[in-house]
Write a new protein. Structure first.
Ligand SMILES: NC(=O)c1ccc[n+]([C@@H]2O[C@H](COP(=O)([O-])OP(=O)(O)OC[C@H]3O[C@@H](n4cnc5c(N)ncnc54)[C@H](OP(=O)(O)O)[C@@H]3O)[C@@H](O)[C@H]2O)c1
Length: 683
């Protein structure tokens, strides 16, 4: 679709640059300043104009991109709509709500698309924060604080005049307003507001509108948000465009409501009673581009449904700004026109659609050849390799909840809470770990993710392979965890030990008794095994599935031959295999075997092989990606389509490990890591 750019100032090249990568092209540039128009037009290889009417007559462009200065937005948009063009406007849509409503009316009447900046509610950090909100982590949100510290435009802008005329609301305030409206829907009224004329005496250029505005906004859906928009507070002050929301169950901090970055610490979550934890991306974030909004608008036109939702939100934001000004004069409250603005569903992660609520990850595709060749991965859901087989969609990384650490038992409650707050959505539990009830308490606490957002993996210990014991163990574990069903229930080991009693709450059982129950000794001091073949144990596991106590089944610590036994014995195919996997022991043959059959592989003990994290090659690769050696090992697993489940009791490690899942390594880097393989590696 051809675009006519109107306004060739500082922002225009940013929009034009983005177009190179997509289906839109600049067919003309118009600016009152002829030199500026020509400069951009030459870059775009199109004609330049100084007169809008002529440009609209001459240029065959269905979409006008209005990048003029604040006060010119409404008249330029009106002229373009009246000439039958779809319009995307820089913010604000207009300077008064009446003008904004008129634009919407023209667009509606002529069935034209009308979009309006900012498009940043779709930027990566905002989407991440929005998903946290949509997950219900905060509970009902009642309070918020939003800042828009545009700063001293006379310091940082070459042409500050337009900013000084409109004040901080219409330029900066629109960022948090647009985001909040996209999350909560329209503001119903401005409760109170105040406007100040503060400015350094030494400055000769001064704002003509109030330089600092404070307002308390009531959203129709419930939250009350205090907004501060300022040209006086420097843009390098502690808060820039920070947004903090408080709900009954937790708080959310977003560093920049109008930011476009992908920093891991842009979004933080603190469940009630706990401090903030960084919630980093766990899949490669899609960078924000100005042109994306144009692309979406053009797509709506191509689909025959020209979108005006951005225009409606833009018009409502203008109405809020007008109402704040009125409230600052009268004291408030002032009702706000909703202009048809609505909250918008939070876009899902780009890696694929959600499956029952947890975030998906790449699913592996068939590798090219045999053992020790890294499988390729795809960013799209895979076609099932076998009819009737569907791979589980798992988060890219999970969290190991074992209490066992270097021969000692450690309490994991705090680190599991940190993991949930950071955004881990797969918990690896086991009756052997003895802490299922603690995990259950955390999952039931205010601020925990909803049950459907967390993949709970469980394991029955090897003393419980007999059918009645297995069912009893599964029922006990479900009860301790407070869940109706495991997302995946697995055999902890393929072979069985003798049963000496039930294993509930091992963490609270004296060590001697615990050892006797879990590693039963025969009279000669050796472990007493039980004659329950793997095929039988699997069929017993299937009984839990048949009762609806597990949504899928799996097995840990198997060889390929044992997996064949399971595949032959069962009627429910294994969906997941958990094995020790790290660069010393990549188990590529088994991984490929599983991936070929649509079986997901989970890597336990990914970091704890002695000496692994000191390997120089991991540090070298990490340096290129800003990752620690541990991060490289985790990214290597994720790149291979394997889900690592590191454990950590160090909060910084918990967060950094999650963030590492957003990095993909190159084939060459994976090959270098492959050279660490030690065929004779044993713990
Ligand atoms: N199915 C099975 O038979 C089986 C067997 C073993 C384990 N597992 C599962 O796998 C999970 C993980 O295995 P694991 O417990 O053996 O541990 P691991 O994840 O391989 O390693 C944990 C160790 O690595 C350290 N660590 C973690 N992140 C780090 C980082 N970013 N930088 C440096 N060091 C880091 C931890 O120290 P800090 O605490 O200081 O971070 C800890 O010492 C278990 O919790 C369990 O859920 C399953």
């Amino acid at each position: 679709m051809n675009c006519l750019f109107v306004g060739a100032g500082a922002i225009a090249p940013e929009y034009a640059a983005g177009l190179e990568a997509n289906t839109l092209s600049v067919a003309g540039v118009c600016d009152l300043d002829g030199e500026r128009a020509v400069a951009l037009a030459e870059e775009c290889g199109c004609p330049a104009f100084t007169d809008l009417e002529t440009a609209l007559d001459v240029v065959d462009a269905a979409l006008v991109v209005n990048l003029t200065s604040h006060a010119a937005h409404a008249p330029v948009t009106e002229a373009a709509l009246s000439a039958g063009r779809h319009v995307y406007s820089q913010k604000p849509l207009a300077l008064d709500a009446e003008a904004a409503e008129k634009l919407l009316e023209i667009a509606r009447r002529r069935d034209l698309a009308l979009g309006c900046a900012p498009g940043t509610p779709r930027a990566p950090a905002q989407r991440r924060a929005g998903r946290l909100l949509a997950d219900g982590r905060l509970g009902p949100v009642r309070l918020g604080y939003a800042h828009a510290h545009v700063g001293r435009v006379t310091d940082w802008h070459d042409h500050p005049g337009s900013f000084l005329d409109v004040g901080p609301l219409y330029d900066g305030g629109v960022y948090p307003l647009a985001l909040l409206v996209s999350w909560f829907g329209p503001v119903s009224h401005v409760r109170v507001a105040d406007a100040l004329d503060v400015w350094p005496d030494r400055e000769t250029k001064r704002p003509t509108a109030p330089s600092h505005v404070e307002a308390t906004l009531a959203f129709a859906s419930g939250p009350t948000v205090r907004l501060t928009a300022s040209l006086y507070a420097p843009h390098r002050s502690r808060e820039f465009y920070g947004l903090e929301l408080h709900g009954d169950d937790g708080s959310l901090y977003l560093r920049g409501s109008g930011a476009m970055g992908t920093d891991p610490d842009d979004v933080r979550f603190g469940r009630v009673g706990r401090g903030y934890t960084n919630a980093p991306p766990q899949s490669p974030p899609t960078p924000y581009a100005y042109a994306d909004a144009l692309e979406r608008l053009a797509a709506s036109v191509a689909a025959g449904t020209p979108s005006r939702s951005g225009g409606r939100r833009g018009a409502h934001v203008v109405a809020v700004c007008n109402a704040i000004e009125a409230a600052a004069e009268t004291g408030g409250p002032i009702e706000v026109l909703d202009c048809g603005a609505m909250c918008e569903p939070v876009p899902e992660p780009v890696v694929g659609p959600p499956d029952r609520g947890w975030h998906p990850t790449e699913t592996p595709v068939r590798p090219d050849s045999g053992p020790d060749v890294e499988p390729r991965t795809t960013l799209h859901p895979r076609t099932d390799p076998k009819p009737g087989t569907r791979s589980l969609r798992l988060p890219p990384i999970g969290f190991g909840c074992s209490r066992y650490r270097d021969g000692e038992y450690v309490d994991r409650s705090d680190s599991i809470a940190t993991a949930l707050d950071a955004g881990y959505r797969l918990l690896d539990s086991a009756e052997l770990y003895g802490n299922e009830h603690r995990i259950g308490d955390l999952l039931a606490a205010p601020g925990a993710p909803g049950r459907e957002s967390v993949f709970v993996l469980g394991k029955v210990w090897r003393t419980n392979h007999r059918r009645e014991h297995l069912l009893e163990a599964c029922a006990g574990s479900r009860s301790e965890l407070g869940i109706d069903a495991f997302d995946c229930y697995t055999l902890h080991w393929p072979s069985a030990f003798a049963h000496r009693g039930e294993l509930s709450r091992l963490a609270e059982t004296p060590v001697d008794r615990r050892e006797a129950l879990t590693f039963p000794e025969a009279d000669d001091g050796s472990i007493e095994t039980a004659e329950i073949p793997l095929s039988r144990a699997w069929q017993n596991l299937e009984a839990a599935y048949e009762r609806g106590w597990a949504r899928s089944l799996g097995v840990c610590n198997v060889s390929e031959a044992q997996l064949e036994t399971v595949l032959d014995a069962g009627t429910v195919p294994p969906a997941l295999v958990q094995i020790e996997r790290h660069p010393y022991r990549p188990r590529q043959g088994l991984v490929s075997f599983c991936h070929d059959r649509g079986i997901r592989v989970v890597a336990h003990s990914p970091l704890s092989a002695p000496g692994l994290l000191e390997e120089p090659v991991l540090a070298e690769i990490g340096a290129d990606h800003g990752l620690s050696p541990a991060g490289v090992v985790l990214a290597w697993n994720v790149t291979s389509g394997v889900v690592p489940i590191p454990s950590s009791t160090t909060p910084e490690h918990v967060v950094a490990n999650l963030a590492a899942a957003a990095t993909r390594l190159t084939a060459e880097e994976c090959a270098r890591i492959g050279s660490l393989r030690r065929p004779d590696f044993e713990r």
